[in-house]
Design a protein around this ligand. Sequence first.
Ligand SMILES: [Zn+2]
Length: 88
Amino acid sequence: MNQNQQVDKILELRNEGFGYKRIANELKTSIGMVRYTIAKAEKNTLSGFCKNCGIKTLSVKGKKAKKFCSDRCRYKWWNNHRKGKEVR
Ligand SMILES: [Zn+2]
């Protein structure tokens, strides 16, 4: 497993709700390494809120910020937005 694969795996397990200790055990690495990796990843993400449902979204810094949690929400919001403008 290379470094990038390990980082991906740590974040994947973290998303699934694993604790630091469990991730470290799972990947045979140290808790310090897991904590460092997660802290670094969190520093590089921006949080926002979905314009449609208000749910929290995470986007990677430097990339386009997410305004919606999903394509479905984006579609719904634009649909409502357009309808509002068409009212006579
Ligand atoms: Zn949403």
